[in-house]
Ligand binder design. Sequence first.
Ligand SMILES: *Cc1c(COP(=O)(O)O)cnc(C)c1O
Length: 398
Amino acid sequence: MTALIEAASPHVMNTYGRVPIALERGQGCRVWDVNGKEYLDALGGIAVNTLGHNHPQLVPALCDQIGKLIHTSNYYHIPGQEQLAAKLVQLSDMSKVFFCNSGLEANEAALKIARKYGVDRGIAKPQIVVYEKAFHGRSIATMSATGNPKIHSGFGPLVEGFIRVPINDIAAIKAATEGNPDVVAVFFETIQGEGGVNPMRVEYLQQLRQLCDERQWLMMIDEVQCGMGRTGKWFAHQWAGIVPDVMPLAKGLGSGVPIGAVVAGPKAADVLQPGNHGTTFGGNPLAMRAGIETIRIMEEDGLLANAAGVGAHLMAALQRELGGLPGVKEIRGQGLMIGVELAKPCGALVARAAEAGLLISVTAENVIRIVPALILTPSEADEIATRLAPLVQALLAE
Ligand SMILES: *Cc1c(COP(=O)(O)O)cnc(C)c1O
């Protein structure tokens, strides 16, 4: 094994700009590469590894499940689905759940629910309001809902039926939908993730809830990244005291095991009927066990409170190390979903941070994104800030 893995593989499609390291094992918020070098993991597999790596309770539970059943198909009842669905319904105050395997699949199901909800109400060509800078996935439909022209480029024609508006502007959405009887839903992230960690304001969320009620639109909140405890509540929209009608989940739900879910409230829970939608792998016993155990451990270990507390600690540490620097535009986010916006592109920081033993990501070109496991400790939070600071200073000085 060479020290650095620089070359693209001859056999794996070249779809990612990869950092030239390969990780071999992890423990908590630390990972080691194939050369034995240690890293502090502030990326958490992109907001996926809720419980960190090699969790002492999750691993044996998954091994136990693998020894019983991994997959059976949805020809049969799957007790784990009933159990995890009941838990998600309880945590969200919603009604029913459909299980799938990823974020975009959850969003595809949400979009299908919105269209059929409209068609059932006599709207032949339903339209859905989506947002600038939104990210909802890479399938043809979820890519079309995504508000990033770079992601669309080369893959037209896009799916039709989307109306796009800016975030946090209630007048803009009213103007864009004025007198349009075909609108059936509003679809958004409470905190935009890939778009640069852009939070929707509490007041805007509440105004939107009211608008959806007045016009009988479904409020569909993509909590794939900001949900599952990351902000210190189970779902980020709960900070605004609202309940959505449809809520796609994925990333953190299985702590690393692929899983997706769409949670629906009373207006949307019975829209899909037998034959309308399905998936081979969705809701399999292994993924369900991962979801059930992840939530159980989160509750037992108080990880919502930890995400809020250590998140505030990390925010303060970042403010202290970086806040005053010219070239640092804003440090924002909630809990353990934090973005540091710089005045210039900073993609180069990802590899430089890895070299310095820190895993981070950069999104929207100039936003450093920190989305670690929810088990992060205050001292690890300090370490993130102190390792990052000199790298940011050097980059800004160039
Ligand atoms: C990551 C993400 C998705 C896509 O999830 P995949 O599992 O990669 O398909 C969708 N929406 C949001 C908000 C995301 O962060």
